[in-house]
Design a protein around this ligand. Structure first.
Ligand code: A3P
Length: 319
């Protein structure tokens, strides 16, 4: 979302002018706030969130790096947590409503507007999503017993997905970014919610320190063994599948409902836009592991490998 000059308060403009600034991939500039790069619209949401959001012990936060499969995990978690309300139903909300509407982003949607959100309609356990880094999560999310499900993806596919998505979001009068140009920015950390490596490492460490609070998941693992990881996720969230459910194929039903093939072909996801302007279809491109091979040179791959090696050294994390 692009914020016009007259949408910004003097105080916010002052803050922006005090922050490190880089060229944005979609909007003109991104700003570094507490070590994380944000567009002005995101940053405004982050500030409002910090000021007003109070996490509850029963809340569940899905936290992801942009383009790691957020849309997919939003639908899986919605289906998982609401499975008794919508058993094998043709009326399932996911068939008619985009996952970003059912599981809203905190800073990009709920706290993105001048009016504060009314969270009274969210039934417990409330399910929210955010891209916030570990270091900029609201204190109440860190200090309460709320659970965090973290999703990331290998930097190669994350980058390629972000490259395509940001070009889609650029207004038609702007030329597309070249892959070389944004690749440099990605490597230097200047991508939304970046540096990518710091984001992932922060939650990786938290998941080791507090395994009861932070569940760490990779897109590639979920693709390879979806049944195993969906069952682990259900256990982590305190709503394990019963023997009867397993026998009735509930796990497979959720995975099928939320599969790329099914979700990307639904009428609701083929057309329409989010309130913030993005087309629903922009969130469904290929949904594969390894598409980076079609876009990245050997040199680019080596450069990413080198950064990952340096940043993740000694952490046990491998992406
Ligand atoms: P690609 O661009 O590689 O295709 P996010 O939801 O975090 O914005 O991430 C978008 C990425 O997840 C896109 O990756 C998109 O195609 C993929 N995706 C969306 N829905 C999916 C699904 N149901 N299963 C697997 N991948 C999915």
């Amino acid at each position: 979302k692009y914020l016009e000059e007259d949408e910004l308060t003097e105080e916010f403009k002052e803050l922006l002018s005090s922050l490190p600034r880089e060229r944005g991939w979609v909007v003109p500039h991104i700003y570094k706030y507490h070590g994380v790069w944000h567009t002005p619209a995101q940053l405004r949401g982050v500030l409002a969130l910090h000021q007003h959001f109070q996490a509850q012990d029963s809340d569940i936060l899905l936290v992801t790096t942009p383009k790691s499969g957020t849309t997919w995990l939003k639908s899986i978690m919605f289906a998982l947590m609401n499975r008794s309300r919508y058993p094998k139903s043709e009326q399932h909300p996911l068939l008619k409503t985009n996952p970003h509407v059912l599981v809203p982003f905190l800073e990009i949607k709920l706290y993105a507007n001048k009016e504060l959100p009314d969270l009274a309609s969210f039934v417990s356990p409330r399910l929210f999503c955010t891209h916030l880094s570990c270091t900029t999560l609201p204190n109440s999310a860190r200090d309460s017993a709320c659970k965090i499900v973290y999703l990331c993806r290998n930097p190669r596919d994350t980058f390629v997905s972000l490259f395509h998505f940001s070009n889609k979001l650029r207004t038609p009068n702007l030329p597309p970014n070249s892959i070389e140009e944004v690749f440099d920015m990605f490597c230097e950390g200047a991508s939304v919610y970046g540096p990518f490596w710091d984001h992932v490492l922060g939650y990786w460490k938290e998941s080791l320190r507090k395994p009861q609070k932070v569940f760490f998941l990779k897109y590639e693992e979920m693709k390879e063994q979806p049944t195993l990881h969906l069952k682990r996720l259900a256990e982590f969230l305190g709503c394990p599948f019963s023997k009867v459910e397993e026998k009735e194929g509930v796990v497979g039903d959720i995975l099928e409902l939320c599969s790329f093939g099914n979700m990307s072909n639904l009428v609701v996801n083929r057309g329409g836009r989010l309130e913030s302007g993005e087309e629903h279809s922009a969130y469904f491109r290929k949904g594969e592991v390894g598409d980076w091979k079609n876009y990245m040179t050997e040199e680019m791959v080596q450069r990413l490998e080198k950064i990952s090696e340096q940043k993740f050294k000694g952490s046990g994390l491998c992406l």
